[in-house]
Design a protein. Structure first.
Lengths: 428, 428
């Protein structure tokens, strides 16, 4: 048995292949749902379609401050030829008009006010001249329905306003409130287990002994999981011991919808991680090794819960801090998003609307063919624009991630990027 | 007194001017600080610089699985001319080596393991051939420090790792954990008061009477404030009554760092809103009217707390839903960000790294010169790429905001955008 076989890396696959393999195999996962207040709904995923039970607005409303009129009375009106109208009352906000109007009449109305029967348009204050307390001159014609929102024009009774799988944005909270829907059913956030592995790892709040280091990956993972709408569940630090790793994975699989091992895919612990995943399969390990840098030793697997037929994705993330960040973004996040129940706008699929900025590359980046390189960069504003400076350094250095503003990708089919070339920086 | 004077809109200013006026006048604001766990620190703003109290790593570490060696022993090594080394032990993870090595010796080591005294490099497993249990052949030379992270190479003792004003990202949580810093001082999140105004407004969970509508803007504002790292504080619905509005503003100013009136800048309530702001000044109202659409009737003011010299920014947001969204993004968010204590990367200033996508415009957008138009668009994927379709409709329609994927901006100096032109869509 060669070291290469031991590592199980003989079948390194591309980023796309790795993700496709898992996405195709992951067919059964359960989504729970819960009812919450719309005030707490930001970023949550709708578990049911939302249908309006009433027309919105419920009455013809003015969109301007002015006078409700019959548009026909204003036809041909101009500064030189104003239309004289009799003011027969005003419409206090929050009430229905106490009368209707006929030809030659107008009522004072504010933005949002309810139009009286007989009126079909609103003339803005700016286009009238007061004559006396009882009459006005209109100096500009209005068309029928001008400055008016008709009942039901915004939302029609029975209309599906938001769909199952939609991620709630602030304006959706307002739309729900407008319809009087103040509680909604959303999917439960997926619980994501974090299992820190390695004999050398000690808790962050302790003082490491000789040769030991503090657990840090579980903290960045907490942050990444929270940003991706999951609930981080820390399972503690497990030493490189097959039995203890197996029990930790079993516990995690019962309690969570996704499991992340960190520090468990270099040779020291990779065999354990792969073995416990395989022993809880089938299918077990699906991918061991991807052609990206950093992040090559990534393990992706799928295991089953003891009861039921639910499948739980398991990732063995490389221990290096930069590799954890890149592997989370590229592999864990898309799967976690599926587990939230979110359905993204099909128009945006594959468009990757990340927070990015354009810059010029300040130093050439070398790369190997057949490998997708994710290079951390700092940003510098110069007279001629923004420049991205690659931060070189082992992927194990946390300082390179802290100093960097984002990453530049060298695609798999490109051998590096030259100094001065335009690049897109994906911001952290 | 003309209606125009009543509205106080004679001095409409540009978006940049409006923001500059407030930013320059807002000089005194207090930031509180609190100590929290790094697990809860995502998105929070550091109130103090973070300095490392130790070197990181604290010992020379291997970045590979392999053998710790003296690099000089491998010089000239090749497949055809391997260097023979005696294996004198291995280094279990989490321990310091129990001995040092001299010329001709090697010790087995895993990624993250501590190098023994005498070793200055690590040969990867892939570049050795086992001879017997006690010796190996090295088939590729290593340079001094190859595959090694030196003590202090990542972070040096006394180095400032993160600065006051920095917004905590997942990788920063890991960096703090690495240094054993598990609690940090962060600025308190700014409390932002939301005062819904208007006689026609009723709570969202009630059934509106004739001419009434439900409060909805306070819900979208809750969402926008949360996204911008503030704490929304709902002050309830206040009718158009000078005394009650004044008491509500006084209460809000005592309790919050920023106050938002919603529904209070159309003519019906604009005079009240402007008056209560002026009466709690000076300076009171700074801006009344900006040359953007939607959002023109925006009021911006600055008032003082009863005690102390702290100044509280107050915004009178137009009541229309689309105007609320645009005014928040353009005016409230930058001020709220200042109040969080966050200091953004100077390289990114003015670069606006929003979530954007490129598209072609599917229908021409007309616009008036001297006005910045923010037009809502839906996105459609066609064979030749992404197309943005303007959603026309009064800014009071919530459905246009719900259906839209984002906005396209027609700059102030441009008269519309033609069909087929490339546009940048700022996603919601």
């Amino acid at each position: 048995m060669t070291v290469k076989d031991m590592l199980g890396r003989s079948g390194v696959v591309s980023r796309e292949e790795a993700l496709n393999i898992l996405n195709e195999r992951l067919s059964v996962f359960n989504l729970t749902s819960q009812e919450i207040s719309i005030s707490a709904a930001l970023g949550r995923v709708l578990a049911l379609d939302i249908t309006s039970t009433a027309d919105l607005p419920e009455f013809n409303r003015s969109t301007m401050d002015g006078y409700a009129v019959r548009s026909g009375d204003t036809f041909g009106a101009a500064e030189s030829r104003p239309a004289l109208l009799r003011v027969v009352g005003d419409i206090p906000m929050g009430t229905m008009p106490d009368r209707s109007i006929v030809n030659g009449e107008a009522m004072k109305i504010a933005t949002g006010g309810a139009l009286p029967q007989g009126a079909d348009a609103v003339v803005m204050f700016e286009h009238i001249q007061p004559v006396d307390t009882e009459s006005i001159e209109v100096v500009k014609a209005v068309a029928p329905q001008e400055n008016v929102t008709l009942a039901g024009e915004d939302i029609t009774k029975g209309e599906r306003v938001l769909s199952k799988g939609h991620v709630i944005r602030p304006q959706d909270m307002a739309a729900l409130a407008s319809m009087g829907i103040t509680r909604i059913a959303v999917f439960g956030k997926p619980r994501v287990a974090i299992i820190s592995t390695g004999n050398e790892i000690v808790p962050a709040d302790t003082f490491p002994g000789p040769g030991q280091i503090r657990d840090s990956n579980s903290y960045s993972l907490e942050g990444f999981i929270t940003l991706a709408s999951g609930i981080p569940v820390k399972m503690g630090i497990i030493p490189d011991d097959y039995g203890r790793l197996q029990r930790a994975l079993e516990d995690a699989v019962q309690d969570c919808s996704l499991v992340l091992f960190t520090g468990g895919s270099s040779v020291g612990t990779a065999d354990f991680t792969a073995k416990v995943i395989n022993d809880l399969g089938p299918p077990g390990v699906l991918v061991h090794g991807v052609s990206i840098k950093p992040g090559k030793p990534l393990i992706i697997g799928l295991v089953k819960r003891k009861e039921g037929n639910e499948q739980i994705p398991v990732f063995g993330l490389p221990g290096h801090q930069a590799a954890v960040a890149i592997c989370f973004e590229l592999f864990v996040k898309p799967i976690l998003t599926r587990l939230t129940g979110a359905i993204s706008d099909p128009a945006l699929e594959g468009v990757a609307p990340n927070r990015t900025v354009k810059a010029k590359l300040a130093r050439s980046i070398p790369s190997s063919p057949g490998r997708e390189d994710h290079v951390r960069v700092t940003l510098e504003k110069r007279e001629d624009g923004l420049w991205a400076k690659p931060v070189f350094g082992a992927s194990g250095l946390i300082s390179t991630l802290v100093k960097a503003a984002g990453t530049v990708v060298v695609p798999v089919n490109k051998i590096g990027i030259d100094v001065g070339e335009d690049v897109e920086v994906r911001l952290f």
